[in-house]
Design a protein around this ligand. Structure first.
Ligand SMILES: [Zn+2]
Length: 250
């Protein structure tokens, strides 16, 4: 049984193929998927998809790059989050790699979204790219529930996040040849603090790197974790599935 805690099935790369793709995913053991919105506009599409497909659940929120064009609106986000298939606030976070939205705009938006997530008692799915210091500062300040998606920080940072009670999202990056720190993080941090994710259609794991990602490719990530931790892949599925059910309460 596989839970993909982070994907984007509203992406146009999947247009016209969801029915057949989702049948295959189910046959390959995928039981639940969190598909993440990136602003208010696609949140509607994401929620519509979740109504149509029973195994899809939604995260609704404003992605760091979209904070400039999609201004935070508490009422609007609260109403999106009240949908019965909405189980998280996301994808929110900080991204200083690209500067599509200025830092101060990203920070203001993400703080408000963290506050709202806590108010609604919902977990977050948090994106951190080249913004480790500010990410850790915010997470320590608000202590949200949820996942630091596509974790790319140091082992020290991983320990701090686990201390807060959050989970590390582990995806395709773990399988990349140039992955140096992440395998160490996965080795040291208990399985009880990890969540499996794809970020489909992006971030395909080896040996599918460069292709369109999909939730059943999570097996390559689970196999890699099993290899690093010297445990069985079944154990990886078992514990990470329990983790995901705990995080999203479904
Ligand atoms: Zn994402």
């Amino acid at each position: 049984m596989i839970i993909d805690t982070h994907a984007h099935y509203d992406d146009s790369q999947f247009d016209g193929e969801l029915n057949s793709l989702f049948e295959e995913l189910k046959q390959n053991g995928v039981e639940k998927i969190i598909t993440c919105a990136t602003d208010f506009l696609n949140a509607e599409n994401v929620l519509n998809l979740c109504e149509k497909y029973d195994f899809l659940y939604a995260a609704v929120g404003i992605y760091p790059h979209h904070t400039n064009k999609c201004l935070f609106d508490e009422q609007k986000l609260e109403s999106l989050a009240s949908h019965e298939k909405a189980v998280a606030i996301g994808e929110i976070g900080l991204d200083y790699y690209y500067d599509d939205s200025p830092k101060n705009v990203q920070l203001e938006s993400v703080e408000k979204q963290l506050l709202l997530a806590n108010k609604l008692n919902l977990p977050v799915t948090f994106h951190d790219r080249d913004a480790h210091e500010d990410t850790l500062k915010l997470l320590k300040k608000y202590e949200p529930k949820g996942i630091v998606h596509c974790f790319s920080g140091s082992l020290e940072m991983a320990r701090e996040i686990v201390k807060i009670g959050m989970y590390l999202g582990i995806g395709g990056a773990l399988t990349f040849k140039n992955a140096k720190v992440l395998p160490k993080v996965v080795k040291e941090i208990p399985l009880e603090n990890l969540a499996l994710e794809t970020d489909a259609p992006y971030m395909s794991p080896v040996p599918k790197r460069g292709k369109r990602n999909r939730s059943d490719y999570i097996k390559y990530i689970a196999e890699k974790i099993a290899e690093i931790k010297e445990i069985s892949t079944d154990e990886v599925y078992k514990v990470t599935t329990e983790n995901a059910e705990k995080i999203f309460n479904f």
